[in-house]
Design a protein around this ligand. Structure first.
Ligand code: ZN
Length: 334
């Protein structure tokens, strides 16, 4: 074990680590970022496409621990009641926007569907054939309780789905978790029917929040976010595969506003995501910290909310939002 760790450390200093996205050989060290447990994860950046990725890749044990410790929330839902209602409202809004071109009976696939919230929102807005893919765990157990969803437990790679069969495929904050993002895009391009759509929402490594907060950026989220591919690189790749970019949205209040608040708290406190974990009711994270510290974090976040909203608007206007939503359409002739 020690030997293999040493080998991995040696690899970080060599320039021949290929890019996790474009596979070109020239990547450079780009600092380190701390996980919630204090583990430092080295980052690399690709000179060709600008993708930032964790290298060495986190071990299976590190990933298992990171997803097990309250990632999906400790209770029947991920967050408390009011935040869950807010998330429902955002999901409903997203479903209403994405359903516009869909005919009745359209086939929708949500990859990494979590608790099935977005699919449930589609169900509430029309009659569709709904498919979700999720790894076994608490979130999938919640999704399994929604009868209208065809739930596929496991990974996309292990799921047998007919090619060119989906009118809409969505990945909402899933792409950055993928160990082989380009290969996954290849699979998706085969699953979308000609004229069908692909929707991706993911963190933007070229955002203002990255420039301001660097390794303290909330959406780095090590070790769970394995890749941060620039939106421009994702777009260029999908265009080369016969897709057309219909819309690129940088204003995402659900994700970006809180990113400012938690990134600033990460910078001030150095215990990554403390308030965020408390909002998820994850009491196993820093259990000895009392209510006074939680209140101090919440008060600081409250004070920063107004400026954060203004920064959100400004960064979205500059095309540098903390997360982006990209909507593509597959050419009808491919
Ligand atoms: Zn690259």
């Amino acid at each position: 074990m020690i030997e293999s760790e040493q080998t991995m450390q040696t690899n970080t200093s060599t320039p021949e680590v290929p890019c996790l996205f474009c596979a070109k050989p020239r990547t450079l060290p780009r600092g380190r970022t701390s996980g919630e447990d204090g583990t430092l994860y080295p980052l690399r950046i690709c000179e060709a496409c600008g993708t930032v990725f964790l290298w060495p890749s986190p071990s299976a044990e590190q990933l298992r621990t990171a997803y097990a410790t309250g990632y999906y929330g400790e209770g029947a839902t991920k967050f408390g009641r009011w935040i869950e209602r807010l998330r429902d409202a955002f999901a409903t809004l997203r479903a209403r926007q994405l359903r516009r071109p869909l005919a009745e009976g359209a086939c929708i696939l949500d990859i990494g569907c979590g608790d099935g919230r977005l699919l449930r929102s589609f169900q509430n807005t029309g009659r569709y054939e709904l498919h979700g893919i999720e790894l076994p765990g608490p979130a999938a157990e919640r999704a399994a309780k929604i009868p209208a969803i065809h739930l596929h437990l496991g990974t996309l790679e292990a799921t047998e789905l007919p090619p060119a069969s989906f009118d809409l495929i969505t990945l909402v904050h899933v792409f950055e978790h993928l160990p082989r993002p380009r290969e996954t895009l290849d699979q998706l391009t085969r699953l979308v029917r000609p004229g069908g759509r692909l929707f991706l929402a993911f963190p933007n490594i070229r955002s203002w929040q990255v420039r301001v907060f660097g390794e303290d950026w909330f959406h780095l989220d090590p070790p769970r976010h394995l890749n941060l591919v620039p939106p421009q690189a994702v777009t260029a790749y999908l265009q080369s595969r016969g897709f057309r970019l219909l819309a690129a949205r940088h204003l995402c209040l659900e994700q970006n506003t809180y990113g400012w608040l938690q990134s600033a708290l990460n910078r001030a406190d150095h215990h990554r995501n403390f308030l965020y974990e408390r909002l998820k009711r994850n009491r196993s994270y820093l259990p000895d910290r009392g209510a006074a510290i939680v209140l101090a974090h919440a008060a600081l976040a409250g004070l920063m909310l107004g400026p954060a909203l203004l920064l959100d608007l400004a960064s979205a206007g500059a095309g540098a939002g903390a997360t982006v939503e990209l909507l593509f359409e597959r050419s009808a002739t491919t």
